[in-house]
Design a protein around this ligand. Structure first.
Ligand SMILES: NC(=O)c1ccc[n+]([C@@H]2O[C@H](COP(=O)([O-])OP(=O)(O)OC[C@H]3O[C@@H](n4cnc5c(N)ncnc54)[C@H](OP(=O)(O)O)[C@@H]3O)[C@@H](O)[C@H]2O)c1
Length: 235
C-alpha cells in the first residue's frame, strides 16, 4: 500500500489502489464505496440491486459496479488482479428463534455473512499479499453476544469473528492485515428496531471506521473496532 493511501487522498503520481466492497448497494457498504472513491480509490462495488449499482456508479467514475448474488452466483471473476482492500459488508439479519429457523434459512445466513466473505478473501489473498493489503469484515454487536430471536444472525457473526481472527494469524507472515468492525445499531434498511432513528449511528460513521482500518499506518493493524452510538442504546 502506498504512503498516500495511508494518510488520505491519493495523488496522481501514485498508482491507483483498488478495493472490492460487498454490500455496496445499501447502508454501510455503500458509504464505504463512496468514501473510498472520494479518497481516490478504484472500487469494485458488489450487490444484487442493479438500480442501486447504477446510481452508485453514476456518482463516481472510480466505482465499477458488479452485479452478483453472493449466495447463488459463481464468485470467480469478481476479484480483479490488483486488490489493496477487501470489505465484506454484505449481510442479512433474520429475526428468528432457533425453533423458527429452517435449515435453508441457516444455510442462507451463514452462506452470505460468513462463507461469501471467506470465499472472496481466498480469491483476493494473492493480490492482497503483493499489496500488503487489508481485509475488513463488517461484524456486529451480535458477533460477541447473542440475543433472543437473533440466534442465527449472532451465530453467523460469531463465526465471522472467528474467521477474521484465524485469518489474521494465518496471514501475519504474508503481510495481509485483517480487521473487524463491529457496528452498533445503525440507520440502514437492515435495522428495524423500535427506536427514534435519530438516535442510531449514521452509516457514514461506520464507513469512516472501515476506511480508518484500511488506511491505518503500515506498521499496525486495527484488529477490532467497536462503533457504538454516542448515547448507548439497548441493541
Ligand atoms: N444496520 C445495523 O444496525 C447493523 C448493525 C450491526 C452490523 N451490521 C452489519 O453491517 C453490514 C451492512 O449492513 P447494513 O446495515 O448496511 O444493511 P443493508 O442496508 O440492508 O445492506 C445489506 C447489503 O447486503 C447486500 N446483500 C444482501 N443479500 C445479498 C446477496 N445474496 N448477495 C449479495 N449481496 C447481498 C445488499 O445488497 P443487494 O440487496 O443489492 O444484494 C446490501 O447492499 C451487515 O453485515 C450487517 O450485518 C448492521
Amino acid at each position: 500500500m502506498n504512503i498516500s493511501t495511508q494518510t488520505g487522498t491519493q495523488d496522481s503520481t501514485q498508482p491507483t489502489t483498488t478495493a472490492v466492497v460487498t454490500g455496496a448497494t445499501s447502508g454501510i457498504g455503500r458509504e464505504v464505496a463512496r468514501q473510498l472513491a472520494d479518497l481516490g480509490w478504484r472500487v469494485i462495488a458488489i450487490g444484487r440491486d442493479q438500480e442501486a449499482l447504477d446510481e452508485l456508479a453514476a456518482s463516481s467514475e472510480r466505482i465499477t459496479p458488479r452485479r452478483a448474488d453472493l449466495v447463488t452466483d459463481d464468485l470467480d471473476g469478481l476479484v480483479p488482479e490488483q486488490v489493496d482492500a477487501l470489505v465484506h459488508a454484505a449481510g442479512i439479519s433474520p429475526s428468528t428463534s432457533v425453533e423458527d429457523t429452517s435449515e435453508e434459512d441457516w444455510e442462507r445466513v451463514l452462506a452470505l455473512n460468513v462463507t461469501a466473505g471467506a470465499a472472496l478473501a481466498r480469491r483476493a489473498l494473492p493480490a492482497l499479499r503483493s499489496a500488503r493489503g487489508t481485509i475488513v469484515f463488517v461484524n456486529s454487536g451480535a458477533g460477541t453476544a447473542a440475543r433472543p430471536r437473533n440466534t442465527p444472525y449472532a451465530a453467523s457473526k460469531h463465526a465471522l469473528r472467528a474467521l477474521a481472527n484465524g485469518l489474521r494469524v494465518e496471514e501475519e507472515e504474508n503481510g495481509v492485515r485483517v480487521s473487524t468492525v463491529y457496528p452498533g445499531p445503525t440507520d440502514t434498511p437492515m435495522f428495524g428496531g423500535d427506536v427514534d432513528r435519530a438516535a442510531l449511528i449514521r452509516p457514514e460513521s461506520v464507513a469512516k471506521a472501515v476506511v480508518m482500518a484500511i488506511t491505518a499506518s503500515d506498521d499496525v493493524q486495527l484488529t477490532d473496532i467497536h462503533v457504538r452510538p454516542r448515547r448507548e442504546l439497548s441493541w
